[in-house]
Design a protein around this ligand. Structure first.
Ligand SMILES: [Zn+2]
Length: 48
């Protein structure tokens, strides 16, 4: 029974990207708190 798609490794993960409050795309990274599409979250925060 190893036919088909064997890559079920990341199948049960939660959404890494949620809907962005600025651009509305589902590109807001929950972990990094940064939208990869418009860059929302990077502003007003110093990366230190
Ligand atoms: Zn965005």
């Amino acid at each position: 029974m190893s036919k088909g798609t064997p890559s079920f490794g990341k199948h049960n993960k939660k959404h890494t990207h949620i809907r962005c409050g600025r651009c509305g795309k589902q590109s807001f990274n929950r972990k990094q708190k940064v939208c990869v599409a418009c860059g929302f979250g990077r502003t007003g925060k110093m990366n230190c």
